[in-house]
Write a protein that binds this ligand. Structure first.
Ligand code: GAR
Length: 206
């Protein structure tokens, strides 16, 4: 039987779940780091997705990674989805959640269990351009730089405490595709580095 999280010692791996809805390039980068032992004590043990047809789910399946996926419609809404996800996370001893392109607000069910142990990556320099389509928002605003932010998750839309940011310049005549590519490159560098750092710092046993 698996050792319950509260019995694990400070030297044990910290089980991490990634939540993703889309292509999953951040998820793939994190999983590659995990497989190479590059997340400190952190170890990606499962994926949760609200999009069964997503690239993230396809990749998890191809790597044999345990995956919980269902649409909110299938299970009867966000609360039911999060309750099912919570049971799945418990069965894998998950202590940290990384939202990597998870395009849903997190509800009370998950927050009550994981607030303080749940982080998100967002493609802007928060508090600027929260919400959907942040790179397009930055281009439309005519600013000369944007970036990426890793922050703790709270009940708001991209409002939690900021952990780290990377600046990304917006070039003259930038296209959305070119800017998005540079933002992704910045994310793929920042997110694994911060996850590794948090897992090295984390001495609690949640
Ligand atoms: C990433 O750019 C991530 O920052 C963004 O979705 C993209 C997912 O890409 N998240 C948000 O906008 C959340 N508000 P990926 O599926 O290739 O990792």
């Amino acid at each position: 039987m698996e050792t319950p999280p509260f019995l694990q010692t400070a030297g044990d791996p910290l089980a991490i779940a990634v939540f993703a809805s889309g292509t999953g390039s951040n998820f793939r980068t994190l999983l590659a780091h995990s497989e190479q032992g590059m997340l400190g004590r952190g170890c990606i043990v499962c994926l949760v997705s609200d999009r069964p047809d997503s690239g993230a789910v396809a990749h998890a399946m191809s790597r044999g990674l345990p995956t919980f996926t269902a649409t909110h419609q299938e299970v009867g809404g966000r609360k039911a989805f999060e309750e099912a996800a919570l049971a799945f996370l418990a069965s894998h001893g998950v202590r940290w959640i990384v939202l990597a392109g998870y395009m849903r607000l997190v509800g009370r069910t998950l927050l009550q269990a994981y607030e303080g142990h749940m982080i998100n990556i967002h493609p802007s320099l928060l508090p600027h351009f929260p919400g959907l389509d942040a790179p397009a928002q930055a281009l439309s605003a005519g600013v000369s730089e944007t970036g990426v932010t890793v922050h703790y998750v709270d009940a708001g839309m991209d409002t939690g405490q900021i952990i780290a940011q990377t600046r990304v310049p917006i070039l003259p005549n930038d296209s959305l595709a070119a800017l998005t590519t540079r933002i992704h490159a910045a994310e793929h560098e920042l997110l694994p580095r911060i996850v590794a750092q948090l897992c090295s710092d984390a001495m609690d046993t949640k």
